[in-house]
Write a protein that binds this ligand. Structure first.
Ligand code: IPD
Ligand code: CA
Ligand code: CA
Length: 283
């Protein structure tokens, strides 16, 4: 780690070790509750689900992090009012935090509710607004994706490398359907219409964090989505960057925690993907 980077260990406890421990513990518990949900509610729209498992997993992660790092700030999806404005505001309110943990306890709740095995726990730690640790855990496959800034990204202890495709016509891309039906959904439908004929294929598997982990692992060439929140992207963004990929907003500007319209790729197809998305959405 470079001299100007923050210490990653306080009192002997590594940030990454705590993030991994939280993700593994929460993931195991989430999986154990699969098929036994007693409380299913909608939040911002009929597409935005929450269960007692989302809330319980966030509580578990928050308590664990608080035990190890009581002075750190915490931003978790279930502690914020539903909707894009509230989530952008919540991030802004914490923007001065020295250390900020950004957590989505269950990314892919719709999949979880339906027993479709593609959901994840997403935990990031940002230091003065820059993500320094990113962990995404897939309990269904017991796959743990871990990145530390400057130290690479790993899955099953193996270093990850973004994929080698260098043209859209060789690419496997993923996207997600946003909870907002009025602006983001129509924009994305136009993007899909523009890109589908140009790529090998598209996937919409239902966990943004896991899609980003798959870009890092070289299993997807790229991913985009409109109107995501910081907790959907933060951990995955570091996985992608540390695997040699690229993160930006939909206009091609570098990723930061406030970006909601996101593009991730292996780097090689990034400019082409951004150009198509810009043309399709008319921005
Ligand atoms: C959702 C998932 C999904 C994406 C939605 C997100 P949640 O998160 O990441 O893939 O398409 O936009 O809201 O609600 O399951 O945590
Ligand atoms: Ca999410
Ligand atoms: Ca969630």
């Amino acid at each position: 780690m470079e001299a100007n980077q923050p210490e990653s260990v306080i009192g002997g406890k590594s940030f990454t070790a705590v993030a991994v421990n939280c993700a593994a513990k929460a993931g195991e518990w989430i999986k154990s509750k699969l098929g036994n949900i007693t409380q299913l509610d909608t939040k911002y729209s009929m597409h935005d689900l929450v269960t007692e498992v989302d809330k319980g997993a966030e509580r578990m992660i928050r308590n664990l992090i608080g035990t190890h790092f009581p002075t750190h700030s915490f931003l978790g999806e279930e502690g914020v009012e539903p909707g894009p404005e509230a989530s952008a505001r919540a991030l802004k309110e914490k923007s001065e935090a020295e250390y900020l943990w950004i957590v989505d306890p269950v990314d892919g709740t719709t999949n979880y509710v339906h027993g479709f095995p593609f959901y994840s726990v997403s935990i990031a730690l940002a230091h003065r607004g820059q993500v320094i640790v990113g962990v995404v855990y897939d309990p269904s496959r017991d796959e743990l994706f871990v990145a530390e800034r400057g130290k690479g990204a790993y899955v099953h202890g193996r270093k990850m490398k973004a994929s080698p495709e260098n043209a859209l016509n060789q690419s496997l891309l993923a996207t997600g359907f946003p909870a907002d039906q009025h602006v983001a959904l129509p924009a994305n439908l136009k993007s899909i219409q523009a890109l589908a004929p140009q790529v090998r294929n598209l996937r919409v598997a239902g966990s943004a964090a896991l899609h980003l982990a798959y870009v890092a692992a070289g299993r997807l060439s790229g991913f985009w989505e409109y109107n995501l929140s910081s907790w959907d992207i933060a951990a995955g963004s570091l996985l992608v960057e540390e695997a040699g990929g690229r993160m930006s907003d939909i206009g091609g500007e570098p990723y930061h925690l406030g970006v909601r319209n996101v593009v991730a790729s292996n780097g090689l197809v990034h400019d082409a993907l951004v150009a198509e998305l810009k043309a399709a959405s008319g921005t």
